[in-house]
Design a protein. Structure first.
Length: 307
C-alpha cells in the first residue's frame, strides 16, 4: 500500500520518532541515503509562493540522489484544463513522489487517491505537517527529548499551523497549549482528535482564550503570522483582534527561563513577535528553518521504503 503524508497523524507515534531519528542521522551525514538515485524525479508543485519550502525540498531531493521538478500552478494545466485526478494519473507514471503546496486540503486527498506514488503535503489550508516535523526535530536537538515537554502556541489558533501543532505534538507525547482570541479558536474536531492522541501518548491538550495561561511554564513557545496569504484585506481587523498576543520579552518571561522560541517564518516583527524575542538568545528560528531540509529528507526516504 502506498503511504502518504497529508496530515500529521498519517504516521504513528513510533513512525514519527523513527523519521526524526533518521533526520538527525541525515543532518550528520547528508548524502548517506540515496533512495532517488538514478536519478528519479520528484514533482514539487507550488500553488502558493514559497522560499523555505521550495529550497528545502529541492535541495533535499537532490541530496537523496534525485531530480526535483518544480511546477508552478500558472505553468501547468492542473485545476484549469485538467482535473487533479487526471494530473495525478499522469505524474504518478513518471515521478517517484509528489510534493504539493496548495490551498484546499481536498485537492491533496484527490491527488493521493489517484497518483499511485507517495504524496506529501508541503502546506494546505488545513495542515502544515512538514513544518511540525522540523519543529519537533529542533526541539529534540535543543531539549534532548519531546515527551513530557510543554509547547505553547500563541496567536491564530484556527489556522493550519495550530491544527498541526495540536495533532503532531500530541503524537510526540507533548503537553500542547494553544491560545487565540474569540473567533480564532481551533476547530472542536481538531481538538477532539488531538485529545484522543494525547491520551494514548501521555500528553495533554489545553485551549485558552488568552495567552498568559497557555504560555505559563512552557518549554517551547511558537507563533505564526496573524495575516496569512489571502488574508491581506483583513490586516487592520486582525491586528486589532490580536491585541495582547504579541510575544514580547514580558510574555516570553512567563515561559520557563530556558524556553526556546520558534516561528515557521516569514515573521513580521512588531506584530506576532517582537524583534527582541525573534532575534534574541532564546530564538532558534534559523535552526528550525534549516531543519525543514533534514526532516523532509528523512520523510521522503522513509516514504520511499514503504511501498
Amino acid at each position: 500500500m502506498v503511504r502518504h503524508f497529508l496530515k500529521d497523524d498519517d504516521i504513528t507515534a513510533v513512525e514519527q520518532a523513527e523519521i526524526l531519528r533518521r533526520a538527525l542521522e541525515l543532518k550528520k551525514s547528508p548524502y548517506s541515503v540515496r533512495p532517488f538515485e538514478g536519478p528519479k524525479t520528484v514533482a514539487l508543485i507550488f500553488d502558493k509562493t514559497s522560499t523555505r519550502t521550495r529550497v528545502s525540498f529541492a535541495v533535499g531531493v537532490a541530496d537523496l540522489g534525485g531530480a526535483p521538478l518544480i511546477i508552478d500552478s500558472q505553468s501547468s494545466q492542473m485545476g484549469g484544463k485538467e482535473s487533479v485526478a487526471d494530473t495525478a494519473r499522469v505524474l504518478g507514471r513518471q515521478v517517484a513522489q509528489i510534493v504539493w503546496r496548495t490551498y484546499a486540503h481536498s485537492g491533496l486527498e484527490e491527488m493521493a487517491k489517484h497518483a499511485g506514488v507517495p504524496v506529501i503535503n508541503s502546506l494546505s489550508d488545513d495542515y502544515h505537517p512538514c513544518q511540525i516535523l522540523a519543529d519537533l526535530l529542533t526541539t529534540l536537538e535543543h531539549k534532548g527529548k519531546l515527551a513530557g515537554l510543554k509547547i505553547a502556541y500563541i496567536g491564530d489558533a484556527a489556522n493550519n499551523m495550530a491544527n498541526s501543532y495540536l495533532i503532531g505534538c500530541a503524537l510526540a507525547g507533548m503537553h500542547v497549549s494553544v491560545a487565540g482570541p474569540a473567533g480564532y479558536q481551533p476547530d472542536h474536531r481538531i481538538v477532539a482528535r488531538a485529545e484522543l492522541i494525547a491520551r494514548t501518548q501521555g500528553g495533554s491538550i489545553e485551549v485558552f482564550g488568552e495567552p498568559l495561561g497557555a504560555i505559563a511554564n512552557a518549554d517551547v513557545v511558537v507563533t505564526d503570522t496573524w495575516i496569512s496569504m489571502g488574508q491581506e484585506s483583513e490586516k487592520a481587523k486582525r491586528i486589532a483582534d490580536f491585541a495582547g498576543y504579541t510575544i514580547d520579552a514580558d510574555l516570553m518571561s512567563r515561559a520557563k527561563s530556558d524556553a526556546i522560541f520558534m516561528h515557521c517564518l516569514p515573521a513580521y516583527r512588531g506584530y506576532e513577535v517582537s524583534a527582541e524575542v525573534l532575534d534574541g538568545l532564546q530564538s532558534v528560528i534559523w535552526d528550525e528553518a534549516e531543519n525543514r531540509l533534514h526532516a523532509q529528507k528523512a520523510l521522503m526516504a522513509w516514504l520511499a521504503e514503504q511501498a
